[in-house]
Design a binder for this molecule. Structure first.
Ligand code: GLN
Length: 497
């Protein structure tokens, strides 16, 4: 592996701006790495070397002309295949969109381009972002670079694996119930779910619109903050976009000082069902926060216990409505249109062939939960739970500045282990879902390896709505202290691919 691949995104940006290395060389190094490891990892659904190099050369030309570009100009990024891209296919991991090239760019896509980032390609995901392992992709699973027989998390598993395998220094993801934080945790990298509405959903193929949140992956906290800043902020094209300044995430990541900060440990997370090695690393991280000057207290959030069931009513309900648009007429696949069948028959055949089993399960669940006679008992109740969870967060953030928990109850599990057990799969997001239901911010940073299996463990840091900067401040402080202890990033301990 060449030295260029090990550089941080911030370093690459500086080298490119100073013309010590060209964006084209950096892009080529990553394309070579992709060619080398993709047969093992399967993080990408689409890579086109020619368009990658064309983007890189365009940045080099702008720099040569003396244009001043942003800090990530020329830096490669892997883009989750749930964001529309007008020059690349967009599948959302589904057969129903196979071959579809969108007529427009998502706002996140266009902001990456404006900031001069070089889009390497589109990354694998669970179909329509429904899952925690990337096994629900119609295009085959992605493999965890730490252990190729294990899952890289999901739904943004291609995004996490690409960064952990040094195929890209940065990637984008979306987090509806944990799909950025959980894959980051199980691959030993950083993943951030911004405040809902802080990053635009325009051009994100919708799963659950009241929860979907784009966010960054990186190998360190500062790089994640730089990417966060590059694509976030108000967007008139998204009706739920927040009209506020992007929190000062880059400054916070550089500051990394937490003296006097009040940290709450969520009492309800931990205990039965959690892997001992995960809990051990979590407790050490809490001790570390205390040694760095934080005041740690235990905080109770009693309604968090109902977050998972509430999510599995709300998210499927919204998905059943959002996925109605795949009607065999407008996009991608069309099955059985031979002139003898009605539109309704073609639609039924196409949806039967184009959607995978998990997507069908969610559409049925959601349709049921919204049906007349059941709406109040299921969807209505779940919405009430959602309010209670927001109140738990509000009460907690009166006492403390941030909350912490393990990101996931276990480390990366073997591919296939939970594939036939949806409940076991859903439990991967036990600790991440409350944040989505309340719309606040949370990050996952590496906090060590579990003793049982030597696999990465993530620390989740949750902050109030628009308190994204706190996640970065605490995450950077933890990262700095742990890297001193480890003598470098956790990822350096991963076996060579
Ligand atoms: N794993 C959760 C689910 O299956 C969350 C997915 C996500 O955040 N997109 O719904």
């Amino acid at each position: 592996m060449t030295e260029l691949l090990r550089k941080t995104a911030a370093e690459l940006g500086e080298l490119i701006a100073g013309r010590e290395v060209s964006a084209a060389e950096v892009a080529q190094a990553h394309l070579d790495r992709i060619a080398e490891v993709e047969p093992k990892v399967n993080a990408f659904l689409h890579v086109n070397a020619e368009t990658v190099l064309a983007q890189a050369r365009a940045v080099d030309e702008r720099i040569a002309r003396g244009e001043r570009l942003g800090p990530l100009a020329g830096v490669p990024v892997a883009h989750k295949d749930v964001f529309t891209t007008k020059d690349m296919p967009t599948t959302a991991g589904s057969k129903i969109l196979e071959g579809w090239i969108p007529p427009y760019d998502a706002t996140v896509t266009s902001r990456l381009r404006e900031a001069g980032l070089v889009i390497l390609g589109k990354t694998n995901l669970d179909e329509f972002a429904m899952g925690s392992s990337t096994e629900n992709s119609a295009y085959g699973p992605t493999h965890n670079p730490w252990d190729l027989s294990r899952i890289p998390g999901g739904s943004s598993g291609g995004a996490s694996a690409a960064v952990a395998a040094y195929e890209a220094p940065l990637s984008t993801g979306t987090d509806t119930g944990g799909s950025i934080r959980q894959p980051a945790a199980v691959t030993g990298i950083v993943g951030m779910k911004p405040t809902y509405g802080g990053s635009s959903r325009y051009g994100v193929i919708a799963f659950a619109s009241s929860l979907d949140t784009p966010g960054p992956f990186a190998r360190n906290v500062l790089d994640a903050a730089l990417l966060h800043e590059a694509f976030s902020g108000h967007d008139v094209m998204d009706s739920t976009s927040i009209h506020a300044e992007v929190p000062a995430v880059v400054e916070a990541a550089r500051q990394a000082d937490i003296a006097g900060l009040r940290v709450g440990v969520v009492k309800e997370f931990g205990g039965e069902g959690y892997q001992p090695g995960v809990l051990a690393r979590f407790r050490e991280a809490v001790d570390l926060l205390e040694s760095l000057g934080a005041k740690v207290v235990e905080v109770s959030c009693p309604s968090f216990a109902y977050a998972l069931p509430a999510y599995y009513l709300i998210a499927p309900s919204e998905c059943s409505s959002n996925l109605a648009r795949f009607d065999a007429m407008r996009y991608g696949l069309r099955v059985g249109d031979d002139g003898t069948r009605s539109a309704e028959e073609v639609m039924a055949l196409t949806r039967a062939a184009g959607f995978g089993p998990e997507v069908k399960r969610r559409i049925m669940l959601g349709t049921y939960a919204l049906s007349s006679g059941y709406y109040d008992a299921y969807y209505g109740q779940a919405q009430k739970v959602r309010t209670l969870i927001s109140r738990d967060f509000d009460a907690a953030f009166h006492q403390v500045d941030v909350l912490v928990s393990p990101t996931t109850p276990t480390t990366a599990f073997p591919i296939g282990e939970r594939a036939d057990d949806p409940m076991a799969m859903y439990l991967a997001d036990l600790c991440t879902i409350p944040t989505n239901l309340a719309g606040n911010a949370a990050i996952s940073v590496p906090c060590g390896l579990a003793d049982e299996d030597g696999l990465p463990v993530g620390l989740q840091i949750m902050a109030p709505v628009l308190g994204d900067d706190r996640c970065y401040r605490v995450g950077a402080a933890v990262e700095r202290a742990l890297e001193d202890r480890w003598g470098g990033p956790l990822l350096a301990k991963a076996p060579a691919l």
